[in-house]
Write a protein that binds this ligand. Structure first.
Ligand code: NAP
Length: 239
């Protein structure tokens, strides 16, 4: 479904990352992929994961709080791929102390960091990707129900996800005339590195398994397959 298509994936930290499950779905559909990692610490993880599974993948350092790294990332993608067809934005961050106790006590610094990394980065990445999406494209980001309702412990990340979801709607309006679609997947809880930062995460998993219509939690690959669907021509009129 994605043969001869080029994509970039932000947010692979390790094999549990939703971004990695998404990479596998996109790779199996024939896409050529670029990956970004944040800091040297994660470089080996991404290299190790892709070495056998997706040899020849482009691997680029990119901390979204550094504009020069975002610029350099898309320059490399332009040089290596020429055209870009899709972007997977699967990154979020909030200082640990902001993900416990009351939202009321969130510091200015924690608030600004969470909003910058988890929400502003979507517009930042979309802006950089747009000139390379010469044949249209798809952008997919990851959100969570804590944007809509209060989820204990999710706190400032819920506020950041609300900003992210509103950003998706505004970007859809801006990018639509260029045939670039943007969508967010609101995944259920998944045990990942980031999820470990949320207080009492295991009770969220238990709650969903008891009450969701399917009486189970979602698998990372199922989120990846949804991202594949959103990048594919099967859903070409949805943004
Ligand atoms: P993850 O594996 O920890 O992925 C989060 C990624 O964000 C990591 O690769 C992380 O890198 C990266 N990141 C953080 N700060 C960054 C920065 N300044 N620049 C570039 N990258 C940065 O966790 P995940 O659960 O798969 O999260 C992926 C997305 O899914 C997030 O948006 C998350 O909110 C969303 N989501 C998760 C769940 C869940 O239950 N797990 C549910 C719904 C939505 P570092 O490790 O270096 O910080």
């Amino acid at each position: 479904m994605l043969k001869d298509k080029n994509g970039i994936i932000f947010g692979v930290a390790n094999k549990r990352s939703i971004a990695w499950a998404t990479a596998q779905a996109l790779h199996d559909a024939g896409a050529r992929l670029a990956f970004t990692y944040q800091g040297e610490r994660l470089k080996e993880n991404v290299q190790g994961l892709t070495r056998e599974a997706m040899p020849g993948s482009l691997i680029i350092p990119c901390d979204v709080t550094k504009q020069e790294e975002v610029d350099e990332t898309f320059k490399r993608v332009s040089q290596e791929f020429g055209r870009l067809d899709f972007v997977i934005h699967s990154i979020a961050f909030a200082p640990r102390e902001a993900l416990d106790g009351e939202f009321l006590t969130t510091s200015r610094e924690a608030f600004l960091t969470a909003l910058e990394v988890s929400a502003y980065s979507l517009a930042q990445v979309a802006r950089a990707a747009e000139p390379l999406m010469t044949e249209g494209g798809g952008i997919v980001t990851m959100t969570y129900y804590g944007a809509e309702k209060v989820i204990a412990g999710y706190n400032v990340m819920g506020v950041a996800k609300a900003a992210l979801e509103a950003s998706v709607r505004y970007l859809a309006k801006d990018l639509g005339p260029r045939n670039i679609r943007i969508n967010a997947i609101s995944a259920g809880p998944i045990q990942t590195l980031s999820a470990r930062g949320v207080a009492d995460f295991t009770s969220m998993l238990k709650h969903v398994a008891e009450r969701a219509p399917l009486r189970r939690n979602v698998e990372p690959r199922e989120v990846g397959d949804t991202a594949l669907f959103l990048c594919s021509p099967l859903i070409a009129a949805t943004t």
